[in-house]
Design a protein around this ligand. Structure first.
Ligand code: NAD
Ligand code: MG
Length: 383
C-alpha cells in the first residue's frame, strides 16, 4: 500500500490518477488532495477519498460539516504545507505551470518518489531539480505520456548507450491548418484536441507545438540527453507514445491507445503495471500509422524551445514565462492565437541569458519574462 499526495487533484491528471486509486484501494491511498479553486470539486473528492490533509489556494467560505475529519490548509503556499503535513510516500505533481515548481522542490525533501506530470517545473528548474533528486536518491517517475514511453523502453536498455530519443507528437488541433488560418484560430478551435482530453493550458500548448518544445526540454532533463539527440516526429494517431534508438539502429517504441491512465498508473505502481479498463490496441482496425516531420514554418515555437534549451541558463525559463502569460491572454480571448509564438520570440530576444544557480534565479527570470510579455501585449497584469 502506498500513500500518494495528489497535487492538482481536481485537474485532468489529478482526477485520472484518482480513478486508478479508486480501482485499487488495496494498493493506493490518497493521503493528500490539493487544488487551486474549484472547491466544490475538491469537496467531492475529499468526501470520496478521505485524505489526511486537503488544501485549497483560494479559501472557501466554509468547509462542509462532514468534511472536517481531515486537516485543511489554505492560501498561496497551501500545497507545500499540505504536502509536508501529509507525510505521503509519493507526490504526484500535477499542478499546471511554474506554479507547481515549489511543490516538486518540496516533494524532493519530504517524499520517497516524485511522479512528475508538471513538465513546466523541469523546463524552468530542471538542472536544480534533477541535481537535488540525484543527491537525495529520489526517483523522478515521468507521467507525461512520451516520457513514460521512453522510460518504459529504457527498461530494456541493459547498460547500452542510447543514440537518440524520438518524441512523438499528435500535431494538436491545428495540425493540418494553413499558416494564415492558424494565426486567427479561436479558443474553441484550439481546445478541440484530436486525440487527448486535457487541461486548457496544455491543449493550447499542443496546438502551438510549444508543448512539444517543453517536452524536448523535459526529456533532456529526465534522461540526461543533449538537445541534438532528441528528435520530434508528428504522429497524428497518438498510438506510438515515443521511442528510443540504440547504436545498432534498433528502435524500441511503446504503443497503446491514448489514455493518460496508462502513464499515470505506470508511475504510481512502478515497477509494477497497474491494470485499468484499458482498451486493447486493434491493429487491424487501425490499418496504418502515419508519421511526418514537424513544420517549423507553421509551428515556429518548437524550434524556439530547442534554441532556448541550447542557450541554457535562463532561456527556457523566459520561454516558459512568456508562453504562460500569452496562453493566459489567449484563453481570455485578449490576443489572437498567432501572438503566442511571437511573444515568446520577443521575450527571448529582449531578455539576455543569465545563469540559474538557485530557485530564486528561476523566479526572477520568470517574473522578468512575464513582465516583458505582458508589456508587449499591452497589458499591465494578468487579470
Ligand atoms: P488542469 O488545468 O486540468 O489541472 C491543474 C490542477 O492544478 C488543478 O487541480 C488546479 O486546481 C491546480 N492548480 C492550478 N494552478 C495552481 C496553483 N497556482 N497552485 C496550486 N494548484 C494549482 O491541468 P492538467 O491538464 O491536469 O495538467 C497538469 C500538468 O500535467 C501540466 O503541467 C501538464 O503539462 C501536465 N500534463 C498533462 C497531461 C494531460 O493529459 N492533462 C498530459 C501530460 C502532461
Ligand atoms: Mg506529453
Amino acid at each position: 500500500m502506498r500513500t500518494i499526495a495528489i497535487l492538482g487533484a481536481t485537474g485532468s491528471i489529478g482526477t485520472q490518477a484518482l480513478d486508478i486509486v479508486r480501482r485499487h484501494p488495496d494498493q493506493f491511498r490518497a493521503g493528500c488532495l490539493t487544488a487551486h479553486g474549484s472547491s466544490e470539486k475538491l469537496f467531492e473528492l475529499v468526501r470520496e477519498f478521505r485524505p489526511d490533509v486537503a488544501a485549497l489556494v483560494d479559501e472557501p467560505e466554509a468547509i462542509p460539516r462532514d468534511l472536517r475529519f481531515c486537516q485543511w490548509v489554505f492560501g498561496p503556499d497551501s500545497t507545500v504545507r499540505a504536502l509536508k503535513a501529509s507525510k505521503a510516500q509519493d507526490a504526484l505533481c500535477a499542478i499546471v505551470g511554474i506554479a507547481g515548481l515549489d511543490a516538486v522542490w518540496t516533494a524532493l525533501d519530504v517524499c520517497e518518489r516524485v511522479l512528475l506530470a508538471n513538465k513546466e517545473a523541469l523546463v524552468t528548474g530542471g538542472d536544480l531539480v534533477m541535481t537535488k533528486a540525484a543527491e537525495k536518491g529520489i526517483p523522478m517517475l515521468p507521467v507525461d505520456s512520451e516520457h513514460s514511453a521512453i522510460f518504459q523502453c529504457l527498461q530494456a536498455r541493459q547498460g547500452n548507450p542510447v543514440r537518440r530519443l524520438l518524441l512523438t507528437c499528435s500535431g494538436g488541433a491545428l495540425r493540418s491548418w494553413k499558416k494564415e488560418d492558424i494565426y486567427n484560430a479561436t479558443v474553441k478551435d484550439v481546445l478541440a484536441h484530436p486525440t487527448w482530453n486535457m487541461g486548457g493550458k496544455i491543449t493550447v500548448d499542443c496546438a502551438s507545438m510549444v508543448n512539444k518544445g517543453l517536452e524536448v526540454i523535459e526529456a533532456h532533463h529526465l534522461f540526461n540527453m543533449p538537445a541534438g539527440k532528441i528528435d520530434v516526429v508528428v504522429h497524428p494517431q497518438s498510438i506510438v507514445h515515443s521511442m528510443i534508438e540504440f547504436e545498432d539502429g534498433a528502435v524500441l517504441a511503446q504503443l497503446g491507445n491514448p489514455d493518460m491512465r496508462g502513464p499515470i498508473g505506470y508511475a504510481m505502481g512502478y515497477p509494477a503495471r497497474v491494470p485499468y479498463d484499458a482498451k486493447p490496441l486493434d491493429f487491424a482496425a487501425l490499418g496504418h500509422l502515419d508519421f511526418a516531420a514537424p513544420d517549423a514554418e507553421r509551428f515556429p515555437a518548437l524550434p524556439m524551445a530547442v534554441e532556448a534549451l541550447k542557450a541554457g541558463g535562463s532561456a527556457p525559463v523566459v520561454l516558459n514565462g512568456a508562453n504562460e502569460a500569452a496562453v493566459g491572454a489567449f484563453l481570455r480571448e485578449q490576443i489572437p492565437f498567432g501572438r503566442i509564438p511571437e511573444i515568446i520570440r520577443e521575450a527571448l530576444n529582449a531578455i539576455p541569458v543569465t545563469p540559474i544557480t538557485c530557485i530564486a534565479d528561476v523566479y526572477e527570470a520568470d517574473a522578468k519574462s512575464r513582465s516583458v510579455a505582458l508589456r508587449k501585449l499591452g497589458m499591465r497584469n494578468e487579470e
